[in-house]
Design a protein around this ligand. Sequence first.
Ligand SMILES: [Zn+2]
Length: 100
Amino acid sequence: MGRELKKSGALRLERVRIAVGRMTAVEPESLRFCFEACVKDTPMDGARLDIVDVPVTGRCSRCTEEFRMDDLSSPCPACGASSIVRLTGTELKVVSISAA
Ligand SMILES: [Zn+2]
């Protein structure tokens, strides 16, 4: 039994991948700093944090064109409609975790 516990304790997380949408106003560098502070002295200590920058994209509710929104007030590039449904850009989530 003691051996089993030791075995599971040997599992170390190697890499954590997090998707951060542009709309979240989360600074990748401060996220990295928090991550390192949080994982210290845990099995995740030393794990690498990969931050995936997710652009803001939207879909036109008139012609269903999907496009990247660098400017949130920009109209649909295909038909010029201003009724846009936002698709991505607000996520803040763990995409994958890999263990060593
Ligand atoms: Zn359109």
